[in-house]
Structure formats: structure tokens, C-alpha cells
Design a protein around this ligand. Sequence first.
Ligand code: ASP
Length: 306
Amino acid sequence: MKKAALILHGGCTTFDHGDTYELEHQAKQKLSMDRIIEKGWKHVMAGDSAVTVAEKVVNMLENDTVFNAGIGAVLNERKEVELDASIMDGTTLSCGAVSGIRDYKNTVSIARKVMTHTKCVYLSGAGAQEFAHNMRFKKTPRKDFVTEYQLYSWRMMKKSILEREKRMKGTVGVVVLDLNGNISAATSTGGLTYKMKGRIGDSPLIGSGTYADSRFGGVSLTGYGEQVIKTALAKYTIDLIRFKGYSAQKAVEESIKELSRLENGKAGIICIDNNGQIGVYANETYINHAYMSTSMKKPIVGCLPK
Ligand code: ASP
């Protein structure tokens, strides 16, 4: 039988176990991931291409209010939503990215259109919004992006600037190996709670938050974006598979070790290598994740990789 695999993450979060509000939110994320991994897997088994499955699964996560992407994304210091996303086709190395999206919930689909309908890789701000309009994406009223949970997180952050990882609220990402051996990765986020207006993290940066090369593997990250950018961690992980022959799991563990050398080097990472093996890891934070492959009987949905 041909090999295929799918993994998704719902972001890194650190919460206090006494915080029932956060615990409830985590439980909701788990329920959503249970549902989304099943649906996504059907697309893989139906023979959809890796890049199409990556987009569809990220769309499901973006449309679900419990994740920090699309509807329900975090608010910046001005209480606005600014969305970033990227997608990569590991067979052609084609990729697309956008940032500063404010009116469209399926950010990763705009990134895919950048990949397929322009000569560029990355569009930002007003240009990205104009492109989405020209590509006939449907607008969502700005007030509809804002959830009670994100308002609560914003208020908490305003009151006291908490540790970095408490600003991480569930970025989403997906890696897929399809039945034809193609690998794709995609990431979508609102970024960090209370971020500066205009701030861009790792998620839309190819090589930092997202990377795929079907000869070796695919990666999506979540975490403290500034540090992930400095280490170009997604590409670093693929290079460990490429040049050192690491499995997906060994590569993600080594990458997180590398990141940990930096102050605030906190992240969660998912990976599929070209053998269909899964890797998932995080340091001192939770990474909500779910995965399924042709060598498994049923999906695994978890929050603690360690
Ligand atoms: N990596 C994202 C960023 O820095 C945030 C996250 O994953 O929670 O924008």
C-alpha cells in the first residue's frame, strides 16, 4: 500500500492548570482537532494533492473560533486582527505567503493564490488585501473576527505583560504526505497577543515557520516567532533530514534543542519525512496536535508531545 500521512497543530500554549477558562479552551481545541483530523484524512485517502489537503485542513482550523487563525485570532495592541499565512508545495518548491490581512478569514487560501496566480512569493498589508479582493475572496466584517476568549487574553496581557509563551494562543499548521509522495506544509496565524501593529512573526516566512521539500519532508511551526526566524527553524529541520539522515522525530527534537539555546527560544514543531514518519515536539509548552498515517489504525490527538 502507498504511504500517506497527515499532521496538524493547533499551536503552542502555556496555561496554569488552575485557570479553568484556559482549560475549557484547551478542551474545545481538542474536540475540534478530533473532528478536523478525521475530515482531513478523508481528503488524503480520496487522493487529493498534498497542497490541496494542506489548504483545506488549514481552512477548517481558520474557520473554527477556538484557534488563533482566521476567525478567533489574537488581537494586536490596538485590538485589531492582523493575519499571516504561508503554504509550500514541496514537489515544485512553489510557495506563497501573506501578512497583515484584516478582512479575510481564509488567509492560507490567499497565500495559495499568491503562489499560483502571481510571480511573487509574498504579499503584505494593503497590497495583499487588494489582491484578495481582486481574487474575489469574500470579506468578513472585522467585528466578526473578535471572540470573547481573545478579548479576555488581550485584557490579561494589557494588565500585565506576561511571559512570552502566554502570548501564544494557538497558531495552526498542517503537513501532508499525499498518496503520490508529494509533501506540502502550511501555517496560518494571528501572531502573538498584544503584538505591535505591523509585526510579522515566523508563520508567513518560508524557511522559518513553514517549509516543504518532497524529497525530504515538510514542517510547520508555532511558538515565539522572533526566535524561530533567527534560527530559520523549518529549513534547519529539513536539512537535518537531508544532510544527517535524521527521522522526522529526531529532527524536530534536535531543532527544538537548537532553538532552546536562545533566550525565549520556545516553540512547537510538526514534521513528516519522506518515509511518512511523523515528528512532533515542543519545549516547556503544550503543542496541540493530531496525526494519522497509512500505518496507523486511528488518529492520535494529543497535547503533550513529551
Ligand atoms: N509563531 C507565531 C508568531 O510568532 C505565534 C504562535 O505560534 O503562537 O507569530
